[in-house]
Design a protein around this ligand. Structure first.
Ligand code: SF4
Ligand code: SF4
Ligand code: SF4
Length: 311
């Protein structure tokens, strides 16, 4: 049943979609503070899902060669190179997390006087957020996008008609229609991460989380992952990493909380994430109510003017 809060706010998405006794909601907690940028997740995703390559171009963006999430990149590992004192040595100046740093010709690690590295890499493996309120799913006219019993959002290739309505609806720019290469499967069809629905059904861990060597990508029950994320945040703050923050974990945010959420080491914009995403269908009921009120007013005006003319 559609409740009055069904387009925003905290809900259990599987129950809201009609599953009577669904399993616990599944998702990802991606802890970017331990990502080493190895891209095993990107490769595992491509292998398991037989996703075609999307070019081997050098983008000139650090070690990032896929650029962004897209129809053929369901996991994207961002590499953000950040100089020291990015904000005049403010609180966001790099903290040594033991990450790789640059070495000078004599073999020493390039460092500032205080012993901290003079730049850092922020690495983050991005993915579909499997939103609690998924606008992609709300606007899909064919039912190709659907909510699974695990609370995740999946596209059915054989039902999608390629209309592309879901593409601008996603507040994160995740879903995209495949443009090529010519002859590849599902060209023209909307594509994105399925949270390995086929593997979940068999009781397996998603391929990307299975391949991650540092457990940066943690898979599990969303409630448990939220608890772990809070603990990790507290630990990082206690260790002096004050810039650490959670992103997408809050069920009261604009998408009702993401099924795939993140621990970031800087503001979301630095990682190419929207700072305050809102499900694009949130205001539809209010818009329909106002459009209906306007139509009724116009109709009443027309009737009154017609009656007035007959007197
Ligand atoms: S992130 Fe975008 S594509 Fe993924 S579920 Fe949310 S709205 Fe849909
Ligand atoms: S959950 Fe599966 S489909 Fe989604 S990014 Fe990971 S490997 Fe790819
Ligand atoms: S596999 Fe893990 S450590 Fe490697 S890039 Fe992906 S998230 Fe980072």
């Amino acid at each position: 049943m559609i409740g009055k809060n069904s387009l925003f706010g905290p809900i259990d998405p599987a129950v809201e979609s009609g599953y009577s006794d669904p399993p616990a909601r599944k998702g990802f907690f991606t802890d970017t503070s331990v990502c080493i940028g190895c891209k095993a997740c990107e490769v595992a995703c491509k292998e398991w899902n037989a996703i075609p390559d999307d070019g081997f171009d050098f983008l000139g963006m650090s070690y990032d060669n896929t650029g962004a999430l897209g129809a053929s990149t369901w996991r994207h590992v961002a590499f953000i190179e950040q100089p020291a004192g990015r904000r005049d040595g403010g609180s966001s100046a790099p903290v040594d997390l033991g990450m790789p740093s640059i070495r000078t010709s004599d073999g020493d690690t390039a460092a500032e006087e205080d012993g901290k590295p003079d730049f850092r890499w922020l690495m983050s493996s991005d993915v579909c957020k499997h939103c609690t309120h998924a606008a992609c799913l709300d606007v899909c006219p064919t039912g190709s996008l659907f909510r699974t019993e695990f609370g995740t959002v999946v596209v059915q290739d054989d039902i999608c008609n390629g209309c592309g309505y879901c593409v601008p609806a996603c507040p994160y720019g995740v879903i995209e229609r495949r443009k090529g290469p010519e002859g590849a499967k599902n060209v023209g069809i909307a594509q994105k991460c399925t949270l390995c629905y086929d593997r979940l059904g068999a009781g397996m861990t998603p391929a990307c989380a299975q391949a991650c060597p540092t457990e940066s990508i943690q898979f599990g029950d969303v409630d448990e992952l939220r608890r772990r994320a809070e603990e990790r945040l507290e630990k990082l703050h206690a260790d002096g990493v004050q810039e650490a923050r959670l992103y997408g974990h809050d069920p009261n945010d604009g998408v009702g909380g993401a099924g795939a959420f993140f621990l970031l080491l800087d503001e979301p914009e630095v990682y190419g994430l929207p700072p305050d995403p809102v499900v694009t269908t949130r205001d539809l009921p209010r818009m329909f109510n106002r459009a209906t009120a306007a139509a009724v007013t116009l109709f009443a005006g027309a009737v009154l003017s017609f009656l007035g003319r007959r007197r």
